[in-house]
Design a protein around this ligand. Structure first.
Ligand code: HEM
Length: 473
């Protein structure tokens, strides 16, 4: 419990592990309550689980040294599985998430500078402008207005990604992307165990690919217009991701060779970044609002910091280093509710040893932030929301690879600096004026649908802060 948490026991948070089951009925109930029903309690207690299923050998790695071995030290032995790459290719085309080997390396080299800390700092004003517009929308609603915060945050983060790395506020592109993503995730949501069967899996994947291709025609045309407009104005364009992609266009016939990118590769990366870059951040923000609504002491401490540091003005990039508790809230929320609850499955190319166990050649190897972040050996009282875990002086007590919201190694999230800055700036702006409350009939059920979402959305009411009560307690 943090120093400021209320003394009476707060309600359990959504997604908490149910108590150990003794009877078969309890076990059945527990499976229903779990985000990943296949995971047993042992997953949250053992450093590594190695086994064999009808699909072959597998390993789940829950130990920081093991995670380092698989994702960093011996990453070349653990590429993403062909099925995982194909899944992302069906969703986004062949962008970073769905490619591998030399193609992936070339694309990552071209795109990385648009996400480095200096570029991200330059996106600050575009982020604050997008949040300011959003705040104006909230201000136009009556006090106590109902919102689905999950949808609301998606609309905001879509604006942010459009205005930062693409420097556009084209409503056409933004609306089409929003629609395409929900269709894509719907298609992904029907993923199940059948996908892993040799023939049936192939057939299901092809059907999914056809559905997605049919639904992306309008989107393709809008993205092509976005690219054409930038090509026509390159001389005066900002040095954002879109400019970098367009400048990398292969002049030798658009095949994507010679170190450049083809028109199709540019389209795929634009869609990948739009999708990967807003759904995740929106999900994190939704969970943050939910957590703050359930933990009033942490919410009050957050707002006290905002009052002291910002004194009512909008936050800017330069304020970030001083918003320490705000950052702690964001980091702790990403521990309990990591937007990517499971990393892509990897395949062991050669036999390896991890945590003293043999990982056979060909094994599927999984690292799950959802499990790692709630693991009983790695966290004290893991289901408790405690932003002080991320206090500056606590960092040295934490194993580096026990906390992986953005993955690690060569395939680490390209947008992690942007995501963190954006989340903090959005939270700091909106929480200064608003203290959204959970609606009494809200049903909070986490669901893993590529990213960690809320099965029934997040029904909240938009309450303005009660200035006198909160500011002076
Ligand atoms: C809270 C926000 C975010 C979270 C939690 C998150 C999480 C992750 C994780 C865990 C991975 C690695 C997956 C793996 O190893 O299997 C990843 C990869 C990736 N993320 Fe993010 N992400 C976030 C925001 C963003 C943003 C803002 C962007 C872009 C603007 C982005 C773009 C990508 C891309 C392109 C990859 C693939 C990188 C590669 O394979 O080279 N993400 N993300």
């Amino acid at each position: 419990m943090t120093a400021l948490d209320t003394p009476d026991a707060p309600p359990a948070l959504a997604g908490a592990l149910p108590p150990a089951a003794r009877t078969r009925a309890q076990r059945r109930r527990n499976r229903r309550l779990q985000l990943f029903p296949g995971l047993t309690n042992a997953a949250f207690e053992e450093p590594i689980i190695v086994g064999r299923s009808v699909f072959g050998p597998y390993a789940l790695i829950n130990d920081p040294a093991g995670v380092r071995r698989v994702l960093v030290e011996n990453a070349a032995n653990y590429p993403k599985t062909a099925m995982d790459l194909r899944f992302f290719t069906a969703l986004f085309g062949g962008g970073l998430l769905g490619s591998d080997g030399e193609t992936w390396r070339r694309h990552r080299r071209i795109m990385a500078p648009a996400f480095d800390p200096r570029s991200v700092a330059a996106y600050g004003p575009a982020i604050t402008a997008a949040v300011r517009d959003h705040l104006a929308k909230w201000d136009g609603l009556p006090d106590g207005a109902p919102v689905d915060m999950a949808q609301d945050m998606k609309a905001l983060t879509l604006q942010v990604i459009a205005r930062t790395v693409f420097s556009t506020d084209s409503a056409e592109v933004i609306d089409l992307i929003g629609g395409a993503l929900s269709r894509g995730l719907e298609a992904a949501a029907d993923a199940n165990i059948l996908d892993l069967l040799p023939l049936v899996g192939e057939w299901r994947m092809r059907a999914r690919e056809r559905r997605l291709a049919a639904s992306s025609a309008g989107l393709d045309a809008a993205v092509a217009r976005l690219v054409a407009a930038r090509e026509a104005a390159l001389a005066t364009a900002p040095n954002d991701l879109l400019t970098r992609l367009v400048q990398a266009k292969d002049i030798e016939g658009g095949k994507g060779g010679n170190g450049g990118l083809s028109a199709k590769e540019i389209r795929d990366e634009i869609i990948t970044i739009f999708m990967a870059g807003h759904e995740t951040t929106a999900g994190s923000l939704s969970w943050i609002w939910y957590l703050l609504s359930q933990r009033p002491a942490a919410a009050a401490r957050l707002r006290a910091e905002l009052d002291v540091i910002l004194g009512g003005r909008a936050p800017e990039q330069a304020d970030l280093p001083r918003l320490t508790y705000t950052r702690q809230v964001v980091e702790e929320a990403m521990r309990l509710y990591p937007a990517a609850p499971g990393l892509s499955t990897r395949r062991a190319l050669e036999t390896d040893e991890v945590c003293g166990r043999t990982i056979p050649k060909g094994a599927s190897v999984t690292v799950m932030p959802w499990v790692l972040h709630r693991h009983r050996r790695l966290w004290d009282d893991p289901e408790r929301f405690d932003p002080d875990r991320f206090a500056p002086d606590a960092a040295s007590r934490r194993a580096r690879f026990a906390y992986l919201p953005f993955g690690a190694g060569p395939r680490v999230c390209i947008g992690q600096v942007l995501a963190l800055n954006e989340t903090i700036l959005i939270l700091a702006t909106l929480a200064q004026t608003y203290a959204p409350r959970l609606a009494p009939d809200a049903e909070i059920v986490p669901v893993a649908n590529v990213t960690l979402g809320l099965k029934h959305g997040l029904k909240m009411t938009l309450a303005r802060r009660q200035e006198s009560a909160e500011k002076h307690t």
